[in-house]
Ligand binder design. Sequence first.
Ligand code: GLN
Length: 613
Amino acid sequence: MSKYIFVTGGVVSSLGKGVAAASVGAILENRGFSVTLMKLDPYVNVDPGTMSPYQHGEVYVTDDGAEADLDLGHYERFTHATMTKRHNYTTGKIYERVIAKERRGDYLGKTVQVIPHVTDEIKDAMRRVAGDHDVVIVEIGGTVGDIESLPFLEAIRQFRQELGRGNALNLHLTLVPYIAAADEQKTKPTQHSVRELREIGISADILLCRCDRPLPEDLKRKIALFCNVDVDQVIAARDVETIYEVPLMFCREGLDDTVLELLNLPRYDRDMSRWESLVSRIKNPKHRVQVGIVGKYVELPDAYKSLNEALLHGGIANDTKVDLVYISAEEMEQGSWPRELFEVDALLVPIGFGERGTEGKIRAIRFAREHKVPFFGICLGMQCTVIEFARNVCEIAGATSAEFEPDAEHTVIYKLRDLLGVEEMGGTMRLGAYPCEIPEGTLAHKIYGETSISERHRHRYEVNQKYLERLVEAGLVVSGKSPDGKFVEIVELPDHPWFLGCQFHPEYKSRPTEPHPLFVSYIAAALEHHRRKLELEARGEDPVADKVAEVTGHAFSGDELPAQVPGAAEAMAGNGGGTSSRGNGSVGNGSVGNGGVGNGGVGNHSAAGEADG
Ligand code: GLN
């Protein structure tokens, strides 16, 4: 029988409950146990697929096509657990099941109630993931005290009672803030939070106390006294430099031993050397590169969580610290050139929905293509790559995506043929893992070292193969297709140091200990670009200023380069001449902050709707 750990959070949100749960998984795996994790989210949406990244951060995609909470990404990166649709439940998804049963008549005429029907459904969901895992870690989203989390908390209260002592435990993440005026760390918020849990019948067994400085023994003792636990059940969860240090910190605090003792599990040896060497590589990089991400959600890095992690992993493999520079696609759309574009060592256009900012992304891609800056386009980034190539190399004026302009003449990207006539938003994209075949002799083949791969997808639009012949004739290499030839999955350019776009999301499968080959190779190319830049500088040249002058016609020396370099009208004229009128029309909110959040009602947007904050 599997043992259960329930992870709740108190005091405030954003304490890193997902990383904490994932780290508990990691340290238990390290002690020889098989673990799985799941997330219960109290909000009413059936899944986060239709939510704006501004509301919820990234939507994580599993092999079986779940659009899930980003914490499932942490679980897969920190442990060997495989996440599926069964590993993330929301209030909406639970109610969907309860209501379906009610309509079928399964409740035999009974009044359907939160207790027991909803709570039973939650308990069933927790049982379904157990399999033959030794330990199941269940994270409850939100903060204790939220109205909507009550049915979930009641379900874990009941479930723990059923499992019995020694088979389940409650782990509560709280905050011990430092109050500067008193020069003291305060335990009161933790005491209140634990009391709040107790009021609904849940006693916390282990307290993870988030703090920004060491938690002295006497404070631990005080917390233990007031919160009804032993002192070794009070764990200091101190701020650390990298999230991958959290499992090490937990071991230093003895959390693994405490958990094993409370769950009556044997204490196999601990060997954290793999994590130690990982953290040491992260902390002592030999090199450093800057990667520019040209996107829409630039002020909210959580929107690109897995991508940021995958880039970091690519860096680890190259002994390189990767600094992420977010470049606003919307600002680029307005014609000037952000200084960072010229300074970074590689450019990337990530996931995206809706038209806003796309003309800026296309300008950035043209710049990367023409100036041989390593470039990676992912999903929408790949689609923009094809549009840019169609417009500026194949001279197909007005080439665009049906997502931005459904009635355009040249939709080189159009709606997935399988989805024609499907207007519903939730869960209707091409989702999850699909196979892809890679011809030999391509960059993709060199990177993967295989001719057949599988990657995760989440898209509603695809490359229109009507244009493929023209694109290929002009030099675009299709280096990945679905086995039936129906979908273009990877494109690349041969006469470029590193220029690749993929329809899928490789970032979801990258792990710190097993970095994804595309990211490893991309960061290696960025490093090479950086080295060349240093060489030029050593020869007394100013590569950044030279590039600015070449592109914009404005001469600056690197030091006096302004944040925004005015664009020259003739340089890269008209974004390929075929810019759709709507393309520029959608700009007009100067700052990204306004453009994003202020405007960002979900569903406010025409075509894709999902996540177009
Ligand atoms: N909006 C595009 C599509 O639906 C790209 C999606 C993405 O970047 N994940 O096809």
